[in-house]
Design a binder for this molecule. Structure first.
Ligand code: HEC
Length: 194
């Protein structure tokens, strides 16, 4: 087992990520999303790892703000460098999520090998939802999940990667679902009153 090196993670961050996400992790308003306080960073470790490996494009909600841009992949980094920088962003600033090893990065790399284009947020959410049973039903679903089918389809098994932090992720999905519901109701009411 290799242990992640946070100091090296900080170096990689400054060289590869800070130009966009800024040394403060706060990003640039409206252009580059923040990593500080972001559930995409502190949720299942497979999420930030996948984003670093393949990049990201299209609309994404971060800390309540929608960005619609494109991040280039940094898949040329070694597994150890990705483990170090992922551990760094999960523990820097106000973030407090568990560390990530190079072995986990290698696992995610294998599981996502078929992904060629940068991810969309929707795709990443679908992978997590697939794992949790359903993103739109009650949070109780989260406790009844098995991952046997996922393991066989070669899709991305978040549970294997992160045993600790995915309960946090489930509640995030639930909050998004509730928000969409509320927005739909408000839209409906507006129609009625016009
Ligand atoms: C060229 C600018 C750029 C670089 C370099 C870059 N990113 Fe990004 N990053 C973005 C943009 C833009 C988005 C949002 C993409 C979208 O709108 O779909 C993003 C999104 C993210 C997200 C998900 C959203 C969030 O804010 O939590 C994570 C995690 C992330 N980047 C981590 C990293 C890490 C780690 C590195 C360095 C290895 C890095 N990025 C390098 C521009 C960049």
């Amino acid at each position: 087992m290799s242990t992640p090196d946070i100091a090296n993670g900080n170096t990689v961050y400054n060289q590869v990520c800070a130009a966009c996400h800024q040394p403060t992790g706060l990003g640039l308003a409206g252009v580059f999303p923040p990593l500080d306080g972001s559930d995409w960073v502190t949720g299942p470790a497979g999420l930030p790892i996948s984003i670093i490996l393949k990049g990201l494009q299209g609309p994404i909600d971060v800390n309540g703000v929608t960005y619609n841009s494109m991040m280039p992949a940094a898949g040329y980094l070694t597994d150890q460098q990705i483990a170090d920088v992922t551990t760094y962003i999960r523990q820097a600033w106000s973030n407090k999520a568990d560390a990530v090893t190079a072995e986990t990065v290698a696992q995610v790399k294998e599981m996502t090998s078929e992904q060629v284009l940068p991810w969309t947020a929707e795709q990443l959410q679908a992978l997590v939802a697939e794992h949790s049973g359903s993103a739109t039903s009650a949070p109780a679903v989260a406790t009844s999940t098995t991952s046997t089918t996922l393991a066989n389809t070669g899709s991305f098994d978040v549970a294997k990667i992160t045993d600790k932090s995915d309960s946090h992720w489930f509640s995030f999905g639930w909050v998004i679902g509730a928000l969409i519901f509320v927005v739909a109701i408000i839209a409906g009411l507006k129609k009625l009153t016009h």
